[in-house]
Design a protein around this ligand. Structure first.
Ligand code: GDP
Length: 737
């Protein structure tokens, strides 16, 4: 249970926090500030103190200072008692006055009261509000003044001092002064948190309205608002379907079949422009179903993790000849996590070894129970390849859509999500978006992710230019300032100026978030970072010895897709890992993967300083596996290499039968007979293996330390050259995490 804070208590008592602090002090309770919490015991004591006379009077002293008699210059609780008595005795006297005089007296009283009001006001303004000259020059009745300072104010977390000042009808300087009293040094552009705002408002005797004013850059609000649209404004919209399932179970075949079937259905042209989603017309009523053309769980979850909840129904494809496989389970989990209804399409029933019942049986374990077995999951046996039962599948989708009562309001500014986006060399940023609410029109001012623009062109899934797109329609648009990302949401605004300012603020916020993301990513903390939802892309820099390896690693890395997190290769090149690589990694929170290359000494120390992780490999598969394992949280660093020393080859001797002996000087650390070694030439690893001999003069030795010369041979390797570096290392066991 959270304790009450001073300002909250003050609000309850309709007093200023300052007054509460003073009162508390008078009974020996010391609070540090308005934010201090009050214990139950203390609250009781304070309640007692304020019960009856005090609370009322204090209230009066704050709010009703004006109607008090003139002599009451310092309206504090003790003194207010007296005038009350005076008033009472006056009233008593009044009752004894004779009838004739009473009228005059009442008039006189009224006049006095009015006089008092303005006097009291003047007094107050002189004392507390000396800056407000205009009030002093033209003293207004207290009521008018009260109306000026609102009794209630709406606020939102993060409101600036200047904004709040406007709302409370005070100068920013007044607010800054109050903040200083609270120990908060602020300028007028400073954003205030909700607690501070409430304290300030309580101090001004203004009630903080709980209805929080919406931050215009927060898209959640627009989507929520759309959901609460009046019933008479909304109408049915097509279902948006995602197809998921294990690899090779027929997702692509099904999507292709549906797309072609649609074209064959006579929607002229027969163009099937791939824009990442398309609509299929079904049945007699020609109802539309929108299919997202991006099979794959990662895409689905990436969209979700970026806030885009576009899918209404998931079709899970399971091959009848293969049954439930790991990615089938993954798909089920993704769909369940999104709380989306599932239809199971048991595919490849044309195959002789197809066993649809086995699929049903296996899926029972995942709570997908067919209707005929008492469950509520719809199963359709299909053959995507031969178009068998596809219509039934579509009918079932329509049925589920009907049950789900999918509705939207087509008569509002459009809202939706990005399905795909890319930078086109000729057209600039191009995005396929799905309209989820409202109708998108050509020329609309749009904020999309952290960018904005004006919808210059709209193209539908048939490749045709269109002018408007209603709910559940996928369209490709151009006219954006920058390329958004899949899963970004968009909102249409009435004018370009608003869109621009909101887009720019969002970009700025995003940049700040990135800047604040200070901790560096390492393969060890990668999984936790992903889990915390802080990471959507893992930035990687690749350095390798040859271009072929660079390309091979880069393209394989890009394919790693775990938990909706993608790998982004921000830089890939040949050569040693240098300082500029480390700088880039540090700035973009990237991990450096070195393949057959080493960092230069300067780069190495810079990486240590800036906590940039460098991972060195000489087997492509290992490099890929390590990154993938780290993303999955399965990294198992049981062994770590420890470099013990370096030696430089000064001479080489070729001995027939034996091979090449390197005469060298240990330049750093030490080398041992059983060391593992790498031969490095111009920062590139040429060979990796172990020593076959280590000698000083004629003697075999176990260890040679820095500053000593030695002769060494590398097992199965003779191409030793002068100036080559020998890196000696051991594998040491580290505790598993
Ligand atoms: P995806 O990885 O889930 O997208 O699977 P694909 O759609 O690429 O299909 C994998 C393979 O299964 C392809 O060779 C398809 O031709 C084949 N396939 C898909 N559906 C069927 C079907 O209904 N019957 C048969 N016999 N083969 C199918």
């Amino acid at each position: 249970m959270s304790k009450k804070r001073v300002y909250e208590y003050a609000k309850e008592k309709k007093m200023s926090s300052k007054a509460i602090l003073e009162k508390a002090e008078s009974i020996g309770i010391h609070y540090k500030s308005h934010m201090s919490s009050i214990s139950t015991d203390e609250e009781k004591k304070l309640d007692q103190l304020f019960s009856g006379k005090n609370s009322k009077n204090s209230k009066k002293s704050e709010k009703k200072a004006a109607p008090q008699p003139v002599e009451k210059k310092h309206p504090n609780s003790e003194k207010t008692d007296r005038p009350k008595k005076d008033k009472a005795s006056k009233r008593k006297n009044f009752s004894q006055e004779d009838e004739e005089e009473s009228g005059n007296k009442r008039r006189q009283n009224k006049k006095n009261r009015r006089q008092n009001k303005s006097n009291a006001y003047e007094d107050k303004s002189l004392k507390y509000n000396q800056r407000k000259k205009q009030h002093r020059d033209q003293p207004k009745p207290a009521e008018t003044h009260k109306a000026e300072t609102p009794s209630k104010v709406e606020f939102y977390d993060g409101m600036t001092v200047a904004e709040l000042a406007k709302r409370v009808k005070k100068s920013p300087a007044d607010l800054i002064k109050s903040l200083m009293m609270l120990g908060v040094m602020a300028n007028q552009n400073q954003a205030l948190d909700s607690d501070t705002i409430q304290v300030i408002l309580a101090d001004f005797g203004i009630e903080a309205e709980e209805k929080i004013i919406v931050d215009p850059t927060d898209f959640d609000h627009y989507f929520e608002e759309a959901k609460q649209e009046d019933k008479d404004k909304i109408s049915s919209r097509p279902a948006v379907v995602t197809i998921m399932g294990h690899v090779d179970h027929g997702k692509t075949t099904l999507l292709d079949y549906l797309r072609q079937a649609n074209v064959v259905e006579g929607e002229a042209g027969g163009i099937t422009q791939h824009i990442g989603a398309y609509q299929v017309r079904v049945g007699k009523d020609k109802e539309n179903i929108t299919f997202l053309d991006t099979p794959g769980h990662a895409a689905f979850t990436t969209m979700r993790s970026r806030g885009a909840d576009v899918t209404d129904i998931v079709v899970i494809v399971v091959a009848a000849d293969d049954g439930v496989m790991p990615q089938t389970v993954e798909a089920i989990n993704h769909a369940k996590a999104a709380d989306v209804p599932i239809i199971v399409a048991v595919n490849k029933i044309d195959k002789p070894n197809a066993n649809p019942d086995r699929v049903k049986q296996e899926l029972m374990e995942y709570e997908l129970i067919p209707e005929e077995w008492g469950g509520d999951t719809i199963f359709v046996n299909i053959s995507a390849k031969f178009g068998q039962n596809i219509e039934e599948l579509l009918d079932m989708i329509l049925l589920v859509a009907e049950v789900e009562e999918l509705k939207a309001n087509p008569h509002r500014n459009a809202l939706g999500s990005v399905i795909e986006a890319e930078l086109d060399a000729h057209r600039g940023p191009v995005a396929t978006i799905l309209v989820q609410e409202g109708t998108l029109k050509q020329g609309d001012a749009i904020v999309i992710g952290n960018t904005y623009g004006r919808v210059r062109t709209m193209t539908n899934d048939q490749g045709r230019r269109i002018k408007t797109a209603g709910p559940s329609t996928p369209v490709e648009i151009t006219g954006l300032q920058e390329t958004p990302e899949a899963g970004d949401r968009f909102v249409v605004f009435d004018d370009e100026k608003t869109a621009r300012s909101i887009g720019e603020s969002r970009a700025q916020q995003a940049q700040e978030r990135r800047r604040n993301q200070t901790h560096k990513v390492t393969l060890d903390n990668l999984f936790d970072t992903i889990k915390e939802g802080e990471m959507k892309t893992v930035n990687i820099i690749i350095k390798a010895d040859v271009q072929g390896s660079v390309e091979a690693i880069a393209s394989s890395m890009k394919k790693i897709d775990v938990e909706g997190v993608k790998v982004d290769i921000i830089h890939a090149a040949t050569g040693a890992i240098n300082e500029s690589d480390v700088t880039l990694a540090s700035a973009s929170n990237a991990i450096i993967i070195g393949f057959n290359v080493r960092p230069t000494p300067l780069a190495k120390s810079q990486a240590q300083e800036e906590e940039v992780e460098i991972r060195l490999h000489n087997v492509i598969y290992d490099a890929l596996q390590e990154v993938e394992d780290a993303m999955k949280g399965q990294l198992d660093p049981e062994y770590e290499e420890e470099v013990t020393g370096y030696a430089t080859i000064r001479e080489t001797y070729h001995v027939s039968k034996l091979g090449t002996i390197g005469g060298c000087m240990v330049t750093d650390g030490y080398i041992e007979r059983d060391s593992l070694v790498r031969l490095i030439r111009d920062n590139i690893v040429i060979y990796q293996g172990q020593l076959s001999s280590l000698r000083r003069f004629q003697d075999d030795v176990k260890k040679v330390a820095k500053g000593f010369e030695c002769g060494l041979m590398i097992e199965n390797y003779n191409d030793i050259k002068i100036e080559d570096q020998i890196e000696a290392y051991h594998m040491i066991e580290v505790k598993a995490h």
